[in-house]
Design a protein around this ligand. Structure first.
Ligand SMILES: *Cc1c(COP(=O)(O)O)cnc(C)c1O
Length: 291
């Protein structure tokens, strides 16, 4: 492969990245928010390690994966490539480290959250797991993940805590909230819509789950994550998420993250207070089939 990766692909990623940055900047302006408060997470599932390395050289510092089997080898490859380019800058990202206007490192740069993989290996990079997590996959996920954003049930908390303590590096946690099973009438919450299969805790169960994570050694409660439901406008769903997040932060002042907004609906998410945007297809291009 050419030094710095395929130049055609690199140019495409650079172009797509600048389009996304512009969308985020416009959305922030429209909402009267500072774009520096918004973190871009590149959802690299189904895309190659080379793509991740190229986006890293373009300034992106946070990446997300949703399948443990795919992510493990990819993270290893990315780490190896970036370590190489640390020793030999010409081998990695010819073209320099563009400053990215939307501050993709906003959430990875802080020292308060403990070291990331990047910090552990001397690389400035963090990895998020955003898929449905099974307990028997937790160990391999914790080999590379700095964050698990998809904690939606209490049975995950004990195992994640134990593994985080064992590896000697804290794990940042977002609680995944289901935005499907809501009844809006009178602000009452009910399971009126069939489970979408996307996971997520019902907001009724959120406080107890939050307390559990907050008390668990090795885990740092950072906030909430959600995926907009299919077949309805995203903005009202994100508005409900915001209400949940505002309530959570009363009990857990450090849990300020609202991870919401994907390629299709990032504007709605920014309007409703999202702090972390998870962008896949708009950055990388259409995925060949599969989730
Ligand atoms: C795939 C995925 C994304 C990114 O979705 P795009 O529509 O490709 O931007 C965000 N969050 C989660 C949980 C995902 O699985």
């Amino acid at each position: 492969m050419a030094v710095g990766g395929d130049p055609v692909r690199r140019a495409e990623l650079a172009r797509r990245l600048s389009v996304i940055e512009e969308r985020i900047a416009v959305a922030a302006r429209t909402a009267g928010r500072d774009p520096a408060g918004l973190a871009l997470i590149a959802v690299s599932k189904t895309y190659s390690a080379e793509d991740v390395v190229m986006l890293h050289t373009l300034g992106v510092r946070q990446f997300a994966e949703n399948r443990e089997q795919e992510a493990g080898p990819k993270v290893t490859m990315v780490t190896r490539r970036l370590e190489q380019s640390c020793r030999d800058p010409a081998a990695g990202g010819a073209g320099g480290l563009a400053e990215v206007g939307v501050a993709p490192g906003a959430a990875s740069g802080g020292s308060s959250e403990g070291p990331s993989v990047g910090a552990a290996s001397g690389l400035d990079l963090s990895w998020h797991f955003v898929g449905q997590l099974q307990r028997n996959k937790a160990r391999s996920v914790l080999c590379w993940a700095d964050w698990v954003q998809s904690v939606d049930r209490s049975s995950l908390v004990g195992v994640l805590s134990r593994l985080a303590v064992e590896r000697g590096r804290p794990l940042s946690i977002c609680l995944q909230v289901s935005l499907d099973s809501w009844s809006d009438s009178g602000g009452r919450v009910g399971s009126v819509v069939a489970d979408s299969g996307r996971g997520g805790v019902d907001p009724v169960g959120l406080p107890a789950l939050a307390d559990l994570v907050d008390e668990a050694p090795g885990l740092t409660l950072r906030g909430v994550m959600a995926v907009a439901p299919r077949g309805e406008p995203a903005r009202p769903a994100f508005e409900r998420l915001r209400a949940v997040a505002e309530r959570l932060v009363l009990d857990h002042p450090q849990a300020t993250v609202i991870s919401a907004g994907m390629s299709r609906d990032l504007e709605a998410a920014v309007a409703e207070g999202a702090t972390h945007l998870r962008i896949g297809t708009a950055l990388f291009g259409e995925r060949p089939g599969v989730p």
